[in-house]
Design a protein around this ligand. Structure first.
Ligand code: FES
Length: 105
């Protein structure tokens, strides 16, 4: 963990002043330790996390409590991880899931 100032402007009682670096699509993000992947990425204005298999619409977290499955991402090579339930860890590699787009390549 590092003590670098975060870009976050909101306060989260669960977050500490410590930060970790995670990577979304290989771009580094310094985020507060103790938050979920979904919270960390939403705090950086990420526009979507995955693509719906049903209608191909871009999807973003909705319930933030593990119910809706709108936040599925790939974490460290493991697909279908619920970003709202996974705490950020130093060096974590996160990728958006575009199932239909990926299958067409
Ligand atoms: S945001 Fe609903 S399951 Fe993650």
């Amino acid at each position: 963990m590092s003590k670098v100032n975060s870009k976050f402007t909101w306060s989260n009682p669960l977050a500490t002043v410590d930060t970790v670096t995670i990577y979304l699509e290989e771009e580094a993000y310094v985020v507060p330790a103790g938050v979920t992947v979904a919270a960390a990425l939403l705090g950086h204005d990420d526009d979507h996390f995955c693509q719906s298999a049903a209608d191909r619409e871009k999807r973003a977290p909705y319930c933030l409590m593990g119910v809706c499955f709108e936040c599925l991402v790939e974490i460290n090579g493991i697909k279908n991880c619920q970003a709202c339930l996974e705490p950020v860890l130093e060096g974590m590699r996160v990728k958006r899931q575009h199932v239909l787009m990926d299958e067409k390549k």
